[in-house]
Design a protein. Sequence first.
Lengths: 338, 286
Amino acid sequence: MSDIAAIDPALTMRSFREAHEADWRRLEDIVARAERKSVRSLADEDLFALPLLYRSALSSLSVARDTSLDKALVDYLESLCTRAYMFVYGVRTSPGSRLARFFRRDWPAAIRAIAMETIIVALMMIAGAVAGYLLVRHDPSWFYEIIPAGLADGRDPGASTASLEAALQDDGSANGDALGAFAAFLFTHNAQIAILAFALGFAFGIPTLLLIAYNGIMLGAFLALYVPRGLGPMVGGWLAIHGTTELFAIILAGAAGLRIGRSVMFPGGATRMAAAVRAGQTAATAMAGVVLMLMVAGLLEGIGRQTITTMPVRYLIGAAALAGWCVYYYLVGRGAND
Amino acid sequence: MTETSLQRRFVTPEGVDLRLQLGAASQRVTAFMLDLAFMLGTLILFTIAVALIAWGTGWNGIGLIVALWLLGFFLLRNAWFILFEMGGRAATPGKRILGLRVVARNGGRLTGDAVIARNAMREIEFFLPLSFLGIRAAEGMAGAWTAIFGLAWSGIFLFFPLLNRDRLRVGDLLAGTWVISTPKRRLGLDLGQAPQRTAYDFSKAQLDAYGIYELQKLEEVLRRRDWQQMYAVATSIRNRIGWRHGPDDAEFLAAYYAALRDHLERGLLFGVRRADKHDEGRGRQG
């Protein structure tokens, strides 16, 4: 009893600090370097020392909390341990293998997981296209309500059949340059629409469906401009080369959003929050894929449309692209998933 | 203590509670503003670079140049947050400056999916209302109601973090993440080792006047070294414990701090944790 009473806490604390301070400082230095660059930039000996130093800092923290009233010291150790924890337990797989896994497994698996929503959204888009077509056929003035003037770019009911045909024909030769800019604009525009469709999903998916339906209506309105004038097959080829990829991507983005909306509405056995988190992460993986798809669509549009002018080849490329996506999504890596 | 309302239990696999501190709303907003400013700066530099290229090539491939700019803008808008938060520091430059980082709520690794999800939601939380407002404002007064609606819409998302106790954005909610504050702290001097502490001889009654809470407030005062504040604190302590001699406030406070800490830490060894001056020191329960 008297032994304990004779202990001088200040002396104990000083020896505690003296015993461990070098380790803390070394850990702090390693963590600071890892934060500045990356864990991979550390020398091997530092990498091996990191978990040991982390554990010793943690036990110092426990000791300090129970025996020391030096708030600065406890705060310092807390902050140090938290920063170190992120590296000891947060070490990721290398970006290369992470990327490989994304292409081999995660991406198709995420798309497969939203298959049911994909069908619903596709039907919604088709319904929108039919509605848009019928509306404009019935009364051409609808066209101006549906399509923003910037997007129409002179292609409206007022234009002559010849000028519409010419616009479809000469994309490549005359103003290829401006077309490159237009393709980039379409890509960024579409990608932003896709991200929006995804992000709106959490409001029970309703805004997503509206957005998809609106895009379908726009498509239908454009078709109503060309098909009655006998330009149907031509505009089909014009669209098909990149459109199969692009429309599929937008449908998938809507499906990803709808997935979140569905899980918020019908969480099943999990809590609403847990269901939303799980759906959100699946949907986000699908979204990363969607943006890549839109990039491919932009390339097909920018390059393919200028160099390939024969109709059958355009259709062939469009169909091949669609078939390729379907095979990749619904056949690749099925076994690896289980 | 007010700061405990943002403190969360977080037990490592080793069984130690790290007591994570969530980022305060003010820090989050400041970090976002900084990021926006950085993005704007980058965009301006990028635009100048693209314009220089266009000028260098004699404005020939202008279509390609515009395409380049559009792609760059798209990347900046979407990839800025995602790429930085996927990095080792799990924070954008703005967050780094404020000492914030993104962490998975369940304590696991922060996955790429989570980062994408939390940042894709930014599209409706911020960029959508912004572009919406921009377009409507350009159309003039006809859009007044839609502008108000847009403002209310963005308001809901803007203040969402204030409406839940974990300061979650809608994006955080969906991605299963939260933002914690991990400021870099330096290891300061141990004030308990004050050299003059033996020169003063406080009685047990004088040391029993205060508890741990007051001790740590005193520590803050000593570290801040604001003379006015030290004078005020020293005066009130002198009055409370009836200490008349020793004219130097700084020395008195340092000595009293060291003696009080000795006293209270010795108490800890006996299992007595006196929380504050109102605590009668009956010892820790349980």
